[in-house]
Design a protein around this ligand. Structure first.
Ligand code: F6R
Ligand code: MG
Ligand code: MG
Length: 358
């Protein structure tokens, strides 16, 4: 049986500020998805101010009806957000009329279709206050680093490695690189997560293993409208990395760009759904993970994977790093380099000062 997992998300208004998503938006989304005949099952949550729709169905990726359903949830939620005067109501809905696919319209999308295995564990990661390339580091660790994933060495089904599909966000072109043979080329690209974004990972037999949302909001809107706050879907077990190997990279709170005004580097802190609320300096950038089994197009046993003391040390470390890096105030490398600040005041400041440069 072919099953599709679609994760479609948007920031349609925060409350208060850009910190979190009001329960009314979550309830409204659940109400609409429950009535729909288009999908077989769903799970609604939020990460920070982003409303996250996890949907399971049999209609394939880029399906018009599924995208239309997600768009209708965001449109309806935007009405509530506007009425209740949430902050940035309708922020990510960059277009008015739906034209068949939410891609390019503001919401983030990650989707994969696969033949259901006898047991199919899936992990969905959702982030707030960071960019699409934030998944480069963990995807490399999960699918290419034997110090992270023991299975790359000792599981005969994973020993041959994986294929990485990398998007150049500047040109829109993609390149496929094979691990372990081409890992140095791969790292040369994905070490620049602002430009090169891992879009998908496949087994050497071309089975889909992971997929990410790669939309760049600023490029779509032509101005800064908030960071991309990306999502990622990963399959696990039996030839793919184990659930614990997929979670392992998040035990290290690596640095990502985003945070306050989308213009700062900061630690990526893994949190429970309960703590998926951005606070200090509008962050720190957060990641949550919902794990479940997919069976007969149903979501079985969803679990809040970072709601666990095993990630306490990562959270403590993240807080230490946040404290340290925050003391740099407006200085790099806490603040992002100039090129990545183009949607801020930088051009205006330069224009004002241009006559004063002697
Ligand atoms: C970052 C983010 C926030 C806002 C900041 C200013 O992605 O959403 O850090 O950039 O709170 O928001 P406005 O301009 O709405 O006052
Ligand atoms: Mg927001
Ligand atoms: Mg957000």
């Amino acid at each position: 049986m072919k099953t599709t997992v679609s994760v479609i998300k948007a920031d349609i208004g925060g409350c208060p500020g850009h910190s979190t998503c009001n329960q009314k938006l979550i309830d409204n989304a659940k109400k609409i998805l429950l009535k729909s005949k288009v999908i077989n099952d769903f799970y609604v949550t939020h990460c920070g101010d982003d409303l996250e729709l996890i949907m399971v169905h049999g209609k394939g990726v880029n399906n018009k009806e599924v995208h239309k359903l997600a768009w209708s949830v965001f449109e309806s939620g935007t009405k509530i957000a506007k009425k209740e005067e949430y902050h940035g109501a309708g922020q990510d809905l960059l277009k008015n009329a739906f034209s068949g696919n939410v891609k390019g319209m503001g919401p983030g999308v990650a989707e994969m279709e696969f033949e259901e295995r006898k047991s199919d564990p899936v992990l969905v990661f959702m982030a707030d206050k960071t960019e699409a390339g934030a998944w480069n580091f963990p995807l490399y660790k999960i699918f290419a680093d034997p110090f992270n994933t023991a299975g790359l060495v000792i599981d005969p089904h994973m020993h041959e490695g994986f294929l990485f599909e990398v998007l150049d966000a500047r040109t829109g072109k993609t390149v496929q690189l094979s691990s372990p043979e081409e890992i140095y080329d791969l790292l040369a690209l994905i070490g620049s997560p602002g430009r090169y974004i891992i879009k998908a990972v496949y087994s050497k037999k071309k089975d889909i293993a992971a997929v990410t949302s790669t939309q760049k909001l600023s490029q779509m809107a032509g101005r800064y409208v908030g960071k991309d706050d990306p999502v990622m879907i990963c399959r696990a077990q039996s030839g793919f990395p184990a659930v614990g190997e997929v979670l392992e990279p998040f035990a290290f709170p690596y640095l990502v760009s985003g945070w306050m005004r989308g213009s700062h580097n900061g630690p990526f802190i893994p949190v429970s759904q309960r703590d998926a609320r951005c606070t200090r300096f509008d962050g720190p950038p957060r990641v949550i993970c919902i794990g479940f089994q997919v069976a007969n197009r149903k979501i079985i046993g969803p679990q809040d994977m970072f709601d666990d003391p095993a990630f306490d040390l990562a959270r403590q470390k993240a807080n230490e790093i946040a404290d340290y890096i925050r003391r740099h105030g407006p200085f790099q490398p806490h603040r992002l380099p100039d090129e990545e600040m183009e949607y801020t005041t930088m051009p205006a400041v330069m224009k004002k000062l241009s006559g004063k440069f002697k």
